[in-house]
Write a protein that binds this ligand. Structure first.
Ligand code: F3S
Length: 408
């Protein structure tokens, strides 16, 4: 792999051991992918923050980079952690976990990372433009960066993204190359998509249809027949697709790169599917709760202010039923927007719990109280029920129906 003079100096340790380690990792991975070179990036979104998933190994790695004086070279944001930093005691988090989680976040801070822990960095100023090369981790954020903004990122893992942030470089392969961004499957939407959960359900149908096809960078759907989606609905579609390994999609007339591909003939695509209203209803039927639910979680990916306003409107004049729980996961920036009006206090008065810095998947649930979870997000449904995480049966309803179930 070709290295510039500066990259070679970094690899030889001229800029310190932290930068040397980060550069060494990128070069090793780059050679594995037979990449020709590294390319500069404009920003990074870093995952691997939760103590629940990273453990003491994560602390050791971050301690190393901090001790060696490494600093991020580009604008870098951070994914959700394992707890709400302000209210962890009331969410069943023990002191040891909290201490270690705070240590991890402090390390990132010292490395120069913005610690508004959230998987939706685009909701608080981490905005991208078409063609911009970045290194993002967190599958739903990657899919949004590639598809909604038309920026270019591979699915970084927690180590490659940290190395990219420290060196300001990423490996030139995969989605950084135009030839790997061409859609390979066609999706015709012949269904009315009216809300977030509908888009999430479409992601499940499409993901299941194509996830076995042997594409090197996953299925890349071209959607036809979607009109006027709201950005947070595309976030829901992308998060669901991401849980099947799709990190880029195009939508006719909507996403920034689609003009190049909108005239592709049906024969270009490896496979095709038409999603109908019946298919959407059948999927809802399959994923609906078998009995009354006690807890609902919204905010996978973290809820935008627009989603918070929607919930505010839907719950007007209502209150969470005795013995039930409604948890809304967002980030500090969206919470600040809600706090700047009466919206935040209204939601709290109506009995909702609003959590920041974390996500519904890495939050522990009290299994003596909750035997299942209700949500509007397919990604949450996949991960909350995962045996390696909370292992709780998780069901899907549109947010209006969730409100009916949880509020009086
Ligand atoms: Fe975000 Fe956690 Fe869902 S990181 S996309 S809220 S799984």
């Amino acid at each position: 792999m070709y290295l510039t003079k500066e990259e070679t100096q970094a690899l030889e340790g001229e800029f310190g051991e932290g930068v040397q380690t980060a550069m060494g990792l990128l070069v090793d991975v780059g050679e594995f992918y037979e990449a020709d070179r590294l390319i500069p990036i404009d920003s990074a979104h870093i995952s691997g923050v939760s103590y629940l998933t990273g453990g003491d190994g994560l602390i050791d790695i971050l301690d190393f980079f901090v001790e060696k004086g490494a600093r991020t070279k580009v604008f870098s944001t951070l994914n959700p952690s394992g707890m709400d930093r302000d209210n962890w005691e009331s969410h069943f988090i023990d002191l040891e976990f909290a201490t270690k989680q705070l240590h991890i976040i402090r390390n990132f801070e010292e490395l120069g990372v913005s610690t508004t822990c959230s998987c939706t960095p685009y909701d608080f100023g981490h905005i991208l433009s078409k063609g911009q090369h970045v290194a993002w981790a967190e599958s739903s954020a990657i899919t949004f960066a590639n598809s909604f903004f038309g920026a270019r990122t591979n699915k970084e893992d927690s180590l490659t993204v940290l190395s990219a942030a420290i060196t300001g470089k990423t490996i030139n392969y995969g989605f950084h190359l135009t030839e790997n961004r061409v859609p390979n499957v066609l999706v015709n939407i012949d269904a009315s998509l009216d809300e977030y959960a509908d888009y999430s359900i479409v992601g499940e149908i499409v993901g299941k249809a194509f996830n076995k096809l042997p594409f090197p960078f996953g299925a890349i759907p071209l959607f036809r027949g979607i009109s006027n989606p709201r950005p947070f609905e595309l976030k829901g579609l992308g998060a669901a697709l991401a849980s099947f390994g799709t990190h880029l999609f195009h939508i006719d007339g909507i996403t920034p790169e689609v003009e190049v591909y909108s005239d592709l003939k049906p024969s270009h695509f490896h496979d095709e599917i038409t999603v109908t209203d019946d298919m959407v209803s059948d999927m809802y039927e399959e994923l609906k709760p078998p009995s009354e639910s006690i807890i609902a979680v919204i905010g996978c990916p973290n809820a935008s202010y627009e989603e918070i306003l929607e919930i505010h409107e839907l719950t007007e004049g209502r209150h969470v039923k005795e013995g039930k729980e409604f948890w809304l996961f967002t980030n500090r920036a969206q919470r600040a927007l809600a706090q700047s009006s009466s919206v935040f206090s209204d939601l709290v008065d109506r009995g909702m719990k609003i959590l920041v810095d974390t996500c519904p998947e890495v939050t522990p649930y009290d299994k003596s109280r909750f035997s299942s979870v209700l949500t509007n997000s397919i990604k949450a449904q996949h991960y909350i029920s995962a045996p390696s995480l909370n292992n709780l049966p998780t069901y899907i309803l549109p947010v209006r129906r969730i409100v009916e179930e949880i509020f009086e």
